[in-house]
Design a protein around this ligand. Structure first.
Ligand code: E4P
Length: 229
């Protein structure tokens, strides 16, 4: 199971990269709009210096030629750029053209297994079903992850399922169990995955017991001897 960071914030990407658990990054126009000081191209170039994993850069054009022009431009920024294309009739056409040119595509805004199947057939290497946005409208987002993961494996499609729109750590566990190859998470969800109250409590207790043991040894030891054994 690969874990991507769903952000355009450089500091967050550096932090998770330092933890040694970062396999790639997904960005989108909304995430870029939360940053400041750099152009989208500069942000993408910077991210690609931090990770050699796939970095998704999303097109905003709605026509095929516009998508191709934006995507070709992104693909020149770094070899690990993956062009993110929304699911639509024009999106499918652009995906098949990118595939013919050897440019990798992440098909985004997938909400059904059939949309994912179409994207894989058109040549997308990453398929991004949005779990949280389906849950938000009272549907079961995880069903799409499970169905699409099964379809990809049964039919040996050359694509990976990337669970997107992840809202909390249970989405990560359930995506892994449903067979998703990748999940992309906001920084907050990475942090939530690290923490557990019993872990925090245990660390405090171990430190306290260690200090007590050292104090007891120091009190027993002859004058001048060190306490650490
Ligand atoms: C994925 O690539 C998308 O950028 C992202 O997961 C969307 O998540 P949201 O529904 O929280 O906006």
């Amino acid at each position: 199971m690969k874990l991507f960071l769903d952000t355009a914030e450089i500091d967050e990407i550096r932090t998770v990269a330092r933890w040694g658990v970062l396999d790639g990054v997904t960005t989108n126009p909304t995430l870029f709009a939360k940053t400041s000081g750099m152009t989208y191209d500069e942000v993408l170039a910077e991210i690609c210096t931090i990770t050699s994993g796939p970095v998704s850069a999303e097109v905003v054009a709605e026509d095929v030629e516009g998508m191709l022009s934006e995507g070709r431009h992104f693909a020149k920024i770094a070899p690990n750029i993956v062009v993110k294309v929304p699911m639509s009739e024009t999106g499918l056409e652009a995906i098949s053209r990118f595939a013919a040119e050897g440019i990798r595509v992440n098909c985004t805004l997938i909400f059904t297994a059939n949309q994912g199947l179409l994207a894989a057939k058109a040549g997308a290497s990453l398929l991004s079903p949005f779990v949280g946005r389906l849950d938000d409208i009272n549907e079961e987002g995880m069903i799409v992850i499970r169905e699409l993961s099964d379809i990809v494996r049964f039919h040996e499609l050359d694509a990976e399922v990337l669970a997107a729109s992840v809202r909390h750590p249970r989405h990560v566990t359930e995506s892994a169990l449903a067979g998703a190859h990748i999940a992309t998470l906001p920084f907050k969800v990475f942090q939530q995955m690290v923490r557990h109250p019993l872990t925090d409590k245990g660390i405090v207790q171990f430190r306290k017991d260690w200090d007590s043991a050292r104090k007891a040894m120091a009190e027993k030891a002859p004058a001048g001897a060190g306490a650490r054994g």
